[in-house]
Design a protein around this ligand. Structure first.
Ligand SMILES: NC(=O)c1ccc[n+]([C@@H]2O[C@H](COP(=O)([O-])OP(=O)(O)OC[C@H]3O[C@@H](n4cnc5c(N)ncnc54)[C@H](O)[C@@H]3O)[C@@H](O)[C@H]2O)c1
Length: 329
């Protein structure tokens, strides 16, 4: 067993990130830093049993892990979503959980717009057909003129509203639904200035030709886009998801695409990443699929790592981290 007088900070998996800036910040603040390079819970428990700060990449943080780390004070994430951490167990054990709020709002909204446009303009089909022998092929349906259609947004938080700002000039109307957003005069004025009309879920579902999801994954929102929901959307509409894969039942989505009820989907996220080889969204020319990359840019690559490490440092220096998502006792 390692003995150390310095607090220990442990990175779990760092598959597609360079933690160098975080390591530098943590070491300068007096931490001993370890990089395990694994998502396996037994290996994480073995390598981080004495951790004060846990810095996951994509690894799930379970109750068992939290209970096996008696000195743990913070799980500092490098994502906006925190659905892969047992928040209840963390809070119960006095462990802070932090995320990186707003760090990639511009990137995620831009990516949503990019794949939204790729799907509505049927780029999957036309990129595949732009060859000498299929040059004149046409997709089964002609795309709509966007200025004659309605964009629907579910979740009018930071990313949802940024997408409204970017996409508003392209669409005839923008409607949005968010049951948690307070109905204050400031928010009403903000939504009005952006040009989004706030309404109920039924109207958004019934009227949006292009529907984009910008809400967190919770037990209540898991599979909210199921067969019944898809059947209520306008025929030939397009679904966009850059939030979390499990918001959608992808088997129901495949069936809706096959029947023509939906004309296309644009997705950056799936319920399991990477997906199994037989995942129903793979290899379809009516699905624009990117590998959970919406947040990524030269700026966020650095900012995510910096904010993640800084949360651990700020907690030790002040007793409260910068961007908590829970309030442990
Ligand atoms: N693909 C990526 O790379 C990537 C990167 C960052 C964030 N995300 C995802 O984007 C989501 C949104 O991020 P954000 O920064 O806008 O968060 P945010 O907290 O600013 O906004 C989320 C909004 O969803 C609303 N909401 C909650 N439950 C709802 C429900 N049942 N129906 C409708 N709205 C509901 C909240 O009131 C809030 O306004 C995150 O939860 C995260 O999962 C993805």
């Amino acid at each position: 067993m390692t003995t150390t007088t310095r607090p220990v900070a442990v990175y779990t998996d760092v598959e597609d990130t360079d933690p160098a800036i975080g390591i530098e910040l943590l070491e300068a603040a007096g931490f001993e830093v370890r990089v395990l390079g694994t998502r396996d819970s037994a290996e994480i428990i073995a390598g981080a049993h004495d951790a004060t700060v846990l810095l996951p990449g994509y690894a799930s943080v379970t109750r068992e892990m939290i209970e096996a780390m008696p000195q743990l004070r913070i799980v500092a994430l490098m994502s906006m979503g925190f659905d892969y951490v047992d928040l209840e167990a963390a809070t119960e054990h006095g462990v802070w959980v932090t995320n990186v709020p707003g760090a990639a709002t511009e990137e995620v909204a831009t990516h949503a717009l990019a794949i939204l446009l790729a799907a509505t303009r049927q780029l999957g089909f036309y990129q595949a057909s732009a060859k000498p022998d299929t040059w004149n092929d046409r997709a089964l349906t002609a795309p709509p003129r966007l200025s004659e259609t309605t964009l629907g947004i579910i979740g009018l938080g930071k990313i949802g509203r940024e997408l409204v700002r970017l996409a508003r000039p392209l669409f005839g109307e923008v409607v949005g639904y968010d049951p948690m957003l307070p109905d204050t005069p400031e928010i009403q004025a903000d939504l009005e200035a952006l040009g989004v009309r706030r309404t109920d879920l039924a109207e958004v579902r019934r009227t949006a030709h292009v529907l984009s999801l910008h809400l967190p994954l919770t037990p209540e929102t898991e599979h909210m886009i199921d067969a019944a929901f898809l059947a209520e959307m306008p025929s030939g509409s397009v679904l966009v998801n850059v939030s979390r894969g499990a918001l959608i039942d992808h088997h129901a989505l495949a069936a809706a695409l096959d029947s023509g009820q939906l004309s296309a989907a644009a997705l950056d996220v799936l319920e399991t990443e990477p997906p199994a080889a037989d995942h129903p969204m793979l290899g379809r020319d009516d699905v624009v699929l990117t590998p959970h990359i919406a947040y990524f840019s030269a700026r966020t690559e650095i900012e995510y790592v910096r904010i993640q490490a800084q949360n651990g440092i700020t907690l030790l220096e002040t007793g409260t981290p910068d961007s908590p998502v829970n309030r442990p006792a």
